[in-house]
Design a protein around this ligand. Structure first.
Ligand code: FE
Ligand code: FE
Ligand code: ZN
Length: 278
């Protein structure tokens, strides 16, 4: 079965997200660990978690994806900003242990005139401070569109970050289809070529999740503007090839398209129909 879901609001807790997922026939979902701008997280609600875990097992929801606040910058030139990123990531990963065995995705950050190499060093240092041998969560670096001084705009940069990590089995990659396309990887006309490149540079075994988005702007635009499935430059056919590609078809897919719950439901039912049973 295709594993697909979308981004859901975590404001009402985990059980509420599982119920929403059920409504739209999603068997996974993504959520922000706290306000996406990085505010305080809600206290852990053990009852909610217990209900969620039982509901998730009934619905066969697995491999949910937490997304770090996007304002975190683990490679900021400002030490206070880096310290803030460290605090939030540490706290988020402690919380994730209440729902063990899932994924935590973050944007590598922006180096802001320090240069890519310095930025990569700082991200590597951050990961080595944050990761614990006993954690059950896999931390994922997201492929970025390359706006401004964003790190992770190509596979080589992500590989360099991964190379600096001591606890190798705790890290992986989340590929965002809008971002890689905006970053200049032609997943529309040469999906095989792009995935071969990913395999050579990073290794497909490191690829754990896919953010499935169409892109408003064209190949190499570096704009990072998500479109609904079929309403962007990747297009319906391009997206259908992605979910059916042998290297990707069994990974979990998460929609981050501009939609309400009903819109997500429609995209999910379209994609379920377009996914070819092996
Ligand atoms: Fe993201
Ligand atoms: Fe994304
Ligand atoms: Zn994006």
């Amino acid at each position: 079965m295709l594993t697909i879901g979308c981004h859901l609001s975590s404001a009402k807790g985990y059980e509420a997200m599982a119920k929403e997922a059920e409504k739209i026939k999603a068997n996974t979902f993504q959520f922000f660990t706290r306000n996406p701008r990085g505010g305080k997280a809600k206290a852990i609600d053990l009852k909610d978690i217990e209900k969620f875990l039982s509901k998730a097992s009934d619905l066969e929801i697995y491999k949910i994806l937490a997304h770090a606040p996007y304002t975190l910058n683990p490679c900021s030139p400002d030490e206070k900003v880096r310290e803030f990123a460290y605090q939030i990531m540490t706290d988020d990963l402690e919380r994730m242990e209440y729902i063990p065995g899932n994924f935590y995705n973050f944007h590598p950050g922006s180096h802001v005139k320090q240069g890519v190499e310095k930025g990569i060093d700082l991200i590597g240092e951050m990961l080595n401070k944050v990761l614990r041998p006993e954690q059950s969560t896999t931390v994922l670096l997201e492929t970025m569109a390359g706006k401004g001084s964003e790190i992770g705009r190509n596979f080589e940069e992500l590989r360099e970050i991964l190379d600096r990590v001591e606890l190798q089995e705790k890290v992986g990659v989340c590929l965002d289809t809008c971002h890689v396309f905006d970053g200049g990887y032609d997943i529309v006309n040469d999906l095989d070529g792009v995935l071969n490149k990913f395999d050579q540079v990073i290794g497909l075994s490191r690829l754990k999740t896919i953010h499935l988005n169409d892109s408003i702007f064209g190949l190499g635009s570096r704009k990072d503007r998500h479109a609904r499935i079929g309403e962007g430059k990747i297009g319906r056919e391009g997206i259908v090839r992605i979910i059916n590609h042998p290297a990707l078809r069994n990974l979990p897919f998460y929609l981050e398209t501009p939609n309400d719950l009903e819109g997500y439901g429609k995209e999910i039912s379209f994609l379920r129909e377009a996914w070819i049973e092996p």
